[in-house]
Design a protein around this ligand. Structure first.
Ligand SMILES: Cc1cc2nc3c(=O)[nH]c(=O)nc-3n(C[C@H](O)[C@H](O)[C@H](O)COP(=O)(O)OP(=O)(O)OC[C@H]3O[C@@H](n4cnc5c(N)ncnc54)[C@H](O)[C@@H]3O)c2cc1C
Length: 379
């Protein structure tokens, strides 16, 4: 039976994440948004408090945190700042290919050290001509002796300039193949930080591979397994991304509600007008619906059930709910909604990325349709 009321252990994680957000994220969110600096001090503390790398299996020193528990944590962190939340969470996107397809030796070499000291890793799949259509990646990996030699360009790589290693999708002949590539390998060039619309604390860069030698021992799975590894990773990470979007919705709701209770127009509080209070009612209802989809997709994942459809539904729906909530929040705040004196404009900028990264909204709908087409009937 699905029951999403938090267990005592989950409640403890939620409280911990909430306290961390209150002390470390919320007071610094505007500063990092303005400066675009990488929030290293916050990551150090998050690492110390066991809020980073939650998915690493216990035998490699990790917490093996279930995806559902991680969603509860992510919602809290992203209520304070989804840019900082993304930085804290991003390692998971490159760790999951190793967790799912790595050998014991690969896990010991690349995952275990991440539980001992603060380190970052990055998922390097997108290319100038291959974003939604991952099968078009052009980065090549040519076998030379016991090494592969990689050439190509990856862009919009989150944590790309701080990563110690990358999960890279490259083509061996025609076969998309996954590799773990140490960032200090000769021939890797990291570009400057991109100037994104939102989530300014997060580090997005281009990473170029010029004759980069990668030992055969760092290939993930067999040649040709890369596409499946890269895609199945999303079934584990999309619930957490949806939860991040839910954090934005919660922040928008709290800001809008508190302002509507204070602000007076025409001798009455804003909250007394249906035109305003109904917005809040809708935001709350959409948040509950987005959470239900998010938790269900995570719950299925934790049970080893194929959750591709549910993860796509959660990611798409939660992203749209967050975007809508951020815009409604700005509307409730009136002029304050448009200035950076109040956080509504930041929420709008930050929310937009949820409709794009880890598979844009249209791609999530394509996944849902593909699953629908396999059904005779919907029950
Ligand atoms: C801030 C940021 C961080 C990122 N982090 C990473 C990262 O860490 N690692 C990584 O590998 N990538 C990362 N990305 C890349 C991201 O995943 C891609 O931008 C995203 O998948 C979309 O690909 P694209 O930009 O090439 O758009 P395109 O694939 O060119 O699509 C453009 C638009 O067309 C739509 N579209 C495409 N095909 C169809 C279709 N068949 N039917 C209907 N609509 C369609 C898309 O949904 C989109 O709206 C990041 C991007 C950003 C902006």
């Amino acid at each position: 039976m699905m029951d999403f009321s938090p267990s005592p252990e989950q409640q403890e994680r939620i409280e911990k994440a909430r306290a961390f957000t209150r002390e470390w994220i919320s007071p610094n969110a505007a500063r990092y948004d303005r400066s675009g600096e990488f929030p290293l001090d916050i990551c150090r503390e998050a690492f110390k408090q066991g809020l980073m790398n939650p998915h690493i299996p216990r035998e490699y020193g990790g917490l093996a945190e279930p995806v559902l528990d991680h969603c509860m944590v992510m919602e809290e962190l992203c209520t304070g700042c989804s840019g900082i939340g993304t930085v804290i969470d991003a390692n998971g996107l490159s760790q999951f290919p190793v967790i799912l397809a790595g050998t014991d030796a690969q896990k010991r070499r690349f995952l275990a050290p991440m539980t001992e000291e603060l380190m970052f890793s990055a998922y390097a799949v997108t290319e100038p001509e291959a974003g939604s259509d991952v099968s078009r990646v052009k980065t090549s990996a040519v076998k030379v002796g016991t090494d592969y030699v990689l050439n190509g360009v990856k862009w919009w790589i989150t944590s790309g300039s701080v990563a110690s290693w990358y999960f890279v999708l490259a083509r061996v002949g025609e076969e998309p193949t996954g590799f773990i590539v140490p960032a200090d390998s000769p021939g890797i060039v990291r570009g400057p930080k991109e100037h994104n619309l939102g989530q300014h604390a997060s580090n997005t860069v281009r990473v170029t591979f010029e004759d980069v030698k990668v030992p055969e021992a760092y290939r993930l799975g067999a040649e040709g397994d890369g596409f499946n590894i890269a895609m199945s990773t999303f079934n584990h990470t999309r619930p957490g991304v949806a939860a991040g979007a839910n954090g934005i919705t919660k922040a928008a709701l709290n800001i809008g509600l508190s302002y509507a209770k204070r602000r007076r127009t025409f001798d009455k509080k804003l909250i007394s007008y249906q035109g305003i209070s109904f917005k809040l009612a809708e935001m709350m209802t959409r948040l509950d619906a987005a959470r239900a989809l998010t938790y269900k997709s995570a719950w299925l994942c934790d049970r080893g059930v194929d959750n591709a459809r549910e993860a796509a539904q959660a990611k798409w729906f939660a992203a749209d709910v967050a975007m809508h909530a951020a815009i409604e929040c700005a509307q409730i705040l009136g002029g304050y909604g448009y200035t950076n004196e109040m956080p509504a404009e930041k929420l709008i900028r930050d929310a937009k990325i949820y409709q794009i990264y880890e598979g844009a909204t249209e791609i999530q709908k394509m996944i849902i349709v593909a699953k629908l087409l396999r059904m005779k009937e919907v029950f």
